[in-house]
Design a protein. Structure first.
Length: 125
């Protein structure tokens, strides 16, 4: 039986795959507007699902749901980095992303921490 988050996870995974398939690298990186969208609508949504499932009434993901959630999140991290002209193969855990969000309260800072992109100053500095 699917978890209460199965529809959100499936929608997020479908959107991540569609965004990956339609991605055209920016001609003159960075494309910060698009990177921000990937942070908010992709990485942020994946972290929100993870946090919702792990707080209050602990919800179990059904087999494959957690992996699908992390794959979608990592797809958006890859796309975020590509907006800066950097190709990565993100392999981050949702838990690590959630912990970084608790520490920073900033999903863009989370993407920077997890990807190292852009290098240099953290967001907001």
């Amino acid at each position: 039986m699917p978890s209460q988050y199965s529809d959100r996870i499936a929608d997020l995974a479908d959107a991540a795959e569609a965004d990956r398939a339609s991605f055209d690298p920016p001609a003159d990186p960075p494309d910060e507007r698009r990177a921000l969208r990937y942070c908010r609508e992709g990485v942020g949504e994946a972290v929100a699902v993870y946090v919702a499932a792990r707080t209050g009434e602990f919800a179990r993901f059904e087999e494959g749901e957690f992996e699908t959630l992390e794959l979608a999140m990592n797809t958006y991290l890859d796309l975020y980095a590509r907006c800066y002209g950097v190709d990565i193969d993100a392999d981050c855990s949702a838990r690590t992303a959630a912990e970084a969000l608790v520490d920073t309260h900033d999903i863009v800072a989370v993407a920077q921490i997890l990807t190292g992109v852009p290098s240099g100053e953290p967001a907001g500095n």
